[in-house]
Design a protein around this ligand. Structure first.
Ligand SMILES: [Cu+2]
Length: 347
């Protein structure tokens, strides 16, 4: 049985939007392997999204959370937790719901243990004062890979689930959140905020707003928003999109010109109670807060295809178009030497 060991620090930090505005966040930072006398160097360096966690089905996952405190709010001694959203039957002590077990106080560690048995797309978040801590940025992606990939006959091939038809060539995360800049400023300035007044003005994919969404890691000056949202493929490749919504609003995401085959929701392949096939095709998917959704498509004729939220208010940055929840699917011709496009694969 393989083991995955990771250590996350919980702290605060700053992110930047394309209009130059900066926003105070809470979040996690990867401190795996950092010596204990250096972990405090990571205070104030939270990132959005929080670090990607990956494991294989059947692995043992030891996830250590260290509460590094909030240098931007030294008065705040909040605890933090990690809640693996969608993990079936977790026992309370490692479920990260403080009302049911405990949270991690400042300067302390807790190692969470998981043995994931169901492959798929998940998310994790802090569950301490969750309305505030989730909105402030303590959210991250989590992928459990299927056991199928380990079978010798499928060596070096990639699958979303334990079915050969879930094979893909490339995978991308489309992680949706919103940001209410007034709330973030109130938290930074130690003022009370009424969360029923929640009114987000920035709309993010993978922690960034357009046009930062389409900039690659090495092209951007966003050290605390490391995840690009640009989707690249060669024509004819099978592409897996792992949608996650951990904002507080429902979103409808459209990719005109590309038909998405929705194969799974909440890490469950779409099957009826009698095993019937419930997979469907759309160019628009609706995704509610707390949901994940897996969709496959075959990269069509070369070009740039926008992927965006259909609510036009959400493709702005603080009301200024174009911005927010937009990214691009960039399809290129196959390079020389690649097998040709199979017949009937697209168009
Ligand atoms: Cu927290």
């Amino acid at each position: 049985m393989a083991q995955v060991r990771k250590r996350l620090g919980a702290t605060d930090g700053k992110i930047r939007m394309p209009d130059g505005s900066e926003h105070y966040i809470f979040g996690f930072v990867d401190i795996t392997g950092v010596p204990d006398d250096r972990i405090f160097d990571f205070r104030g360096k939270a990132q959005l999204l929080s670090p990607l966690i990956e494991a294989y089905q059947g692995d043992e996952v030891f996830l250590t959370l260290t509460n590094l405190g909030m240098p931007g709010r030294p008065d705040l001694d909040d605890g933090h937790t990690i809640h693996w959203h969608g993990f079936p039957n977790q026992i309370p002590v490692w479920d990260g719901v403080p009302e049911a077990s405990m949270s991690v106080p400042v300067a302390r560690d807790l190692t969470y243990y998981y043995r994931p048995l169901d492959p798929g797309t998940y998310m994790y978040h802090c569950h301490f004062e969750p309305v505030e801590h989730i909105q402030m940025g303590m959210v991250g992606p989590l992928i459990v890979r299927p056991e199928l990939e380990k079978r010798p006959q499928y060596a070096r091939r990639r699958f979303a689930y334990n079915y050969a038809w879930t094979e893909f060539d490339r995978e991308f995360l489309v992680f949706l959140t919103e940001l209410d800049s007034t709330a973030h400023r109130m938290v930074e300035e130690a003022q009370p905020y009424d969360w029923t007044e929640y009114r987000p003005d920035y709309f993010l994919i993978n922690g960034r707003a357009y046009p930062d969404t389409v900039r690659r890691e090495h092209e951007s000056e966003l050290p605390f928003q490391p995840y690009s949202a640009r989707i690249n493929a060669y024509r004819g490749e099978r592409v897996l999109l792992r949608f996650v919504n951990l904002g507080f609003q429902q979103h409808s995401v459209q990719v005109p010109g590309i038909s998405l085959t929705v194969i799974a929701r909440d890490a469950q392949v779409l099957r009826g109670t009698a095993g019937e096939d419930l997979i469907f095709e759309r160019d628009t998917v609706y995704i509610a807060p707390g949901e994940t959704l897996d969709a496959l498509f075959t990269a069509p004729v070369p070009g740039t295809y926008p992927l965006y939220c259909r609510n036009l208010h959400r493709i702005t940055n603080a009301g200024a178009p174009m911005g927010g929840m937009i990214t691009e699917v960039v399809v290129r011709p196959r390079p020389l030497g690649c097998p040709p496009v199979r017949e009937g694969e697209n168009e």
